[in-house]
Design a protein around this ligand. Structure first.
Ligand code: HEM
Length: 235
């Protein structure tokens, strides 16, 4: 579940900023991000966010946005899985609407070329190093990595090192997709993977830095947003 919550934060932040827009339910007159292709049948953990929000509203109503809850839940998930920890910036407000088209266009598909991935991350203020760090966070998908990288012995060794040297923080399945679809990634981001592989401490610290940067994407402030009472619908 920790991994799923982290992915919700990524998919929220990459679509018009970290504004809780992903959390809005579709209605008969509104089609939001949950049913966009990158989220439909794969985004998970909405009920956990609801449960957290309910508890927070009980003790401190109308103060903590759903967007901030996603940011804190991501940090706590990673920390509970023995990953790095960081201070979460707070004060994001929740969107009053969401765009399915923006979700379809904003979240990179696994078929993306490396240059497209790098430029999508850059347009959100994140470097190639941030991208590689953020792509190395999911609890072990070792079998998938193994299955998809055996034809690339050096990479496989590097990934194995990364998996062994970092405590339950290893490469996610999307890295294997990226490896399949982008052999170029091996060349262009080779030194970053190598550096993380040799220095797990760099990975932990660069991951934390990249998470803070991702959480900075286009926050809504003031009357641009609101503190939703229920994360699934605007007030
Ligand atoms: C670099 C571009 C990325 C691509 C192309 C990509 C693509 C994917 C795909 C195709 C899946 C499988 C979805 C399914 O279950 O059907 C997935 C899962 C996942 N992604 Fe990404 N992803 C990317 C970046 C990221 C980033 C930056 C994060 C978080 C910081 C992230 C977190 C996750 C997690 C945690 C899962 C597993 C979720 C679960 O099991 O509930 N991904 N990704």
């Amino acid at each position: 579940m920790g991994a799923s919550l982290l992915r919700l934060f990524f998919h929220d932040c990459f679509v018009n900023g970290c504004d809780g827009s992903l959390l809005l339910d579709d209605t008969s007159s509104f089609k939001g991000e949950k049913s966009a292709a990158p989220n439909l049948n794969s985004a998970r953990g909405f009920n956990v966010i609801d449960a957290i929000k309910d508890k927070v509203e009980e003790v401190c109503p109308g103060v903590v946005s759903c967007a901030d809850i996603l940011a804190i839940a991501s940090r706590d998930s990673v920390a509970l899985l023995d990953g790095p920890n960081w201070n979460v910036k707070l004060g994001r407000r929740d969107s009053k609407t969401a765009s399915q088209t923006a979700a379809n266009n904003g979240i990179p598909p696994p078929s993306s070329s490396l240059s497209s991935l790098i430029s999508r991350f850059q347009s959100n203020g994140l470097s190639a190093k941030d991208m590689v760090a953020l792509s190395g966070k999911e609890p072990a998908q070792e079998q998938v990595v193994k299955a998809t990288t055996t034809s690339l012995p050096w990479i496989f060794r590097a990934l194995r090192n990364l998996i062994t040297n970092t405590t339950r923080i290893s490469l996610p399945r999307e890295v294997s997709y990226i490896l399949i679809n982008n052999s170029l990634m091996v060349d262009q981001t080779d030194s970053i993977v190598r550096s993380f592989s040799n220095n797990p401490g760099y990975f932990r610290s660069d991951f934390a830095t990249a998470m803070i940067k991702m959480g900075d994407i286009s926050p809504l402030t003031g009357s641009q947003g609101e503190i939703r009472k229920n994360c699934r619908k605007p007030n």
